[in-house]
Structures are given as C-alpha cells and as structure tokens.
Design a protein around this ligand. Structure first.
Ligand SMILES: *Cc1c(COP(=O)(O)O)cnc(C)c1O
Length: 308
C-alpha cells in the first residue's frame, strides 16, 4: 500500500492552504530546491560540458521517460520527455497522419483543451492537402470513428468536468477501421491509472507540471507503441533524434527502432532535475491506491459540503 501520510509530507505547501489546483500546477516537492541546487553546483558548475556524459544528461530524456512511463503502463523504452505539450501534440498528430496517408479526417471533440485543437489547425495549414478537423460532442466521438478518419486525437479526462473517455472502446473502434488514436493524458497522468500497453494504445502525450509536480513549464512527454516506432516519422527531426547525433551528418537519419527518434533538440536539464525530484515521490506511489484514495477524499468533500 502507498503511504499517503508519507507522500503528503514530501510536499512543501504553505500553512493554512488547502490546495485543490494540482490539475493546473502541482505543488512543490520539498526536495526541489536541493535537486536544482545540486544540478547547478555539482553538475553544471563542476562538470561543464562533460556533464552530457559524466552526469548522463544526454540520456535523461529516456531515463526520466521510463520512470514516468510506469505511471501510464508504458513499457520501458517507449516514452521520452522534453519540450512542451503543445509541441508534442503537433509531433504525435503529424506522425499519426503519416501512417494513414490517404485519409483526411482528424477526429477530436468539442471538450478538448484549446491548444490541442490550435496545434492541429496549424499542422493542417502546413500540410495543405485538404485535412478536416471534426469536433463532435465528447459523448459522440465513438460514433464518428469511421473509415474516413486518419487519427482520433482526444484528451482522456476533461479539464473542467472530470468527464472521462472510454479509452479501451475508442482504441478498439479506431483500430477496427484502420485509424490510430493520439491520447492527451495531461489530466490522467498522476491522477488515474492508465494502461498504454494493456489497451494497445498507439500514441500518447502529456505534461508533467500538473499532477506530476515538476514545476511551471516542466517537460512534456510522448509515448509511441513499440510496434509502431519503426514506421513513425519524427517530423520534428532535430539532431537529438538522429541515429548518430555526434557524426554531425548533414542528412537526417532517424534513430532506427527506438523512441529516441521522437527526441527533438537539447532539453532543459535544469527542468529535468526538478522532474527527477518529483518522480522520487512518484516512484513510491501505486496508481490503483491513488485512485482509491482520490475517490475517498472526493466523497469526504461532497458529504462535508452536503452536511453544511
Ligand atoms: C494543460 C494542457 C495543455 C497545455 O499545453 P502546454 O504546451 O504545456 O501549454 C495542453 N493540452 C491539454 C489537454 C492540457 O490539459
């Protein structure tokens, strides 16, 4: 069982504050100041450029991705962190569209977070081949999954109401018509159990500064199913995605067979140190325990309000 009295003690929340806004910005782990200070003093200051090797900065997108991947049922080697969620949405949808080159419909819903829809609009303008973005009501998404659809791009949990899509049903229906699904897990990761592997998910993206508590602007993540990784176009083909980044080859060759091809450019290692401090807490959390505790607390709040 997860010890929630202990995890509560690992956060620095000002006295007198009952914080209910972790869905927008998670509170600060007590270990955060030491983590960033130690990155500054023991890594950047002393190692300088050697830190990319001696402190493993170069592979932190992957090692942090694996630690975070456990929370969404992602197998090791299928998730990387870095950049922002808006950019990851663009990257994932572009990759999904390239897998269905003859189809023109991107299906989302009217409850999605605006930036996800904006990023798709930008992508549609860039790939000027007649894409159409459909946004039915969230309850109607399943009925709109047809053979016209290239990819379904939905946010699992609604940021206002908590309404939750049936992940398994949407993936099954999409796969039955030859489409893929891009999940935005911004309001799922760290809040509810998610099983990328068990549901046979294709793509997922999300951020770490909400429930995961990595601090404002903390790195985003992308998951790609291992069965797809070799076919997936990185699209944002930065040198960190190259098969041999330090060959400084003038032609882009994506890293074959590995999630590394979804890395982009130099990530913020300072921000990674804060994410690491947050994951030190998450490493001790079981998502099923968390879901049970979350429902208990919600019920306690509801009955408390009702009693008053
Ligand atoms: C919070 C949130 C975002 C934010 O994107 P950023 O690039 O981090 O600003 C995007 N999509 C969803 C669904 C969100 O909940």
């Amino acid at each position: 069982m997860t010890d929630f009295a202990k995890t509560r003690q690992m956060f620095d929340i000002p006295h007198g504050v009952i914080y209910l806004n972790g869905n927008s910005l998670g509170p600060m782990p007590k270990a955060a100041p030491n983590a960033i200070n130690s990155f500054l003093m023991d890594e950047w200051r002393t190692e300088l450029v050697r830190g990319w090797n001696t402190k493993n900065w170069f592979m932190q997108s992957n090692t942090l991705g694996d630690r975070l991947g456990r929370l969404i049922g992602a197998p090791a080697g299928s998730t990387v962190v870095g950049d922002t969620l808006s950019i990851r949405v663009f990257q994932a949808v572009a990759a999904a569209l390239a897998l269905a080159p003859k189809r023109r419909v991107i299906l989302s819903d009217s409850g999605n977070f605006p930036t996800d829809l904006y990023m798709v609009e930008g992508l549609m303008g860039l790939r000027d081949v007649g894409y159409e973005l459909r946004t039915p009501a969230p309850e109607d998404v399943l009925d709109h999954i047809t053979e016209e659809v290239a990819t379904v791009m939905v946010t699992e949990v609604d940021y206002r109401s908590g309404r939750k899509h049936d992940m398994q049903a949407i993936i099954k229906k999409a796969h039955s018509v030859g489409a893929t699904v891009v999940w935005d897990l911004a309001h799922s990761i760290g809040a509810i159990p998610v099983d990328m592997y068990g549901t046979n998910a294709d793509f997922a993206v999300g951020c770490t500064y909400k429930f995961l508590n990595s601090g404002p602007g903390g790195p985003a993540f992308i998951y790609v199913a291992p069965r797809l990784i070799d076919q997936v176009e990185p699209v944002l083909s930065g040198w960190f995605a190259h098969e041999a980044p330090f060959a400084f080859d003038l032609n882009f060759r994506p890293m074959p067979g590995k999630i590394d091809r979804m890395r982009i450019g130099t990530p913020s290692i300072a921000a990674f140190s804060l994410l690491g401090a947050a994951l030190d807490i998450w490493d001790g959390v079981d998502m099923l325990d968390l879901r049970i505790r979350s429902i208990e607390l919600s019920e306690a709040l509801i009955s408390g309000v009702e009693a008053k």
